[in-house]
Design a protein around this ligand. Structure first.
Ligand SMILES: [Zn+2]
Length: 264
């Protein structure tokens, strides 16, 4: 009897030992039906998130640039040739451009990802640089390629250029809430923690920009996240900002999964 107990204790200690060896791996928090499966696509990290209609794959291309794949559709968000040769990536069924600045609207990247039936959604200020897209005004909702897209205002409230005007004027840029099956994904664009952002409801995944002076401080990102409460928050467009600050600010928000990915 004593020997059996000893054996069990030894087995238990071995199991604990193995678990300890894995402790330096990136923690993967259990989110019920959402999970992280880090993998690589042409050198980029990818997260896979379950939706009611198959997996959503998010490829983190860099800065404000993402690729979403869901239900056989490819959505390129602010594609930029600085980070990727789009001839090497799947062609976009839908291209979302948040605003006309060069780190978001890159006509060369759009040409590379374009096929005959690609739909491009962007803002009025983008038309001059690249005609042929579908313009969405702040607050509008459209269904494009079978995907519902809501345009959320993106603008600065406090961060102004030394010459006076805001880095991003109200009424010009968009963030987008895209509905993919039972998941709502918010890509905020270049913005601060506006009342319109804070009023968003039922956001599953949010990408919030976090570099000053152009967008938000970590404190502003934390304020927005605590208010509209996305289930998963990816700080993005963060440049040289210390990402550990936002992790610390939100560490007690147990239902808010902050994920840091390579989105400098
Ligand atoms: Zn930007």
């Amino acid at each position: 009897m004593f020997q059996k107990a000893l054996k069990l204790t030894i087995i238990f200690l071995i199991i604990i030992g193995f678990a300890g060896c894995n402790s330096n791996q990136e923690p993967v928090r259990d989110e019920g039906d959402e999970e992280v499966q880090p993998q690589s696509k042409l050198g980029f990290d990818v997260d896979t998130i379950k939706t009611g209609t198959g997996d959503l794959q998010i490829t983190f291309i860099g800065h404000g640039t993402l690729m979403l794949e869901w239900a056989g559709k490819v959505i390129q968000v602010d594609p930029w040739t600085k980070f990727a040769d789009y001839n090497q990536l799947p062609k976009g069924d839908l291209v979302l451009v948040t605003h006309e600045h060069r780190d978001h609207l890159d006509p060369q990247a759009i040409e590379q990802t374009r096929k005959d039936d690609t739909a491009i959604v962007y803002t009025q200020a983008c038309v001059e640089k690249m005609p042929g897209g579908i313009v969405m005004q702040n607050g509008q909702t459209k269904t494009v390629k079978g995907i519902q897209i809501e345009a959320v205002p993106a603008y600065n409230i406090v961060h102004m250029r030394p010459s006076g005007p805001p880095y991003h004027a109200q009424g010009v840029g968009n963030g987008y809430v895209i509905t993919l099956g039972d998941k709502r994904v918010y890509v905020a664009g270049d913005t601060e923690n506006t009342p319109e952002m804070k009023a968003l409801k039922n956001i599953d995944i949010a990408f919030l920009p976090m570099n000053t002076p152009y967008t938000m401080t970590p404190e502003m990102v934390a304020d927005a996240a605590r208010t509209f409460r996305p289930k998963i928050l990816y700080p993005y467009h963060y440049g040289d900002t210390d990402t550990s600050i936002i992790v610390t600010l939100l560490q007690n928000e147990k239902d808010l999964d902050v994920r840091i990915r390579n989105l400098k």
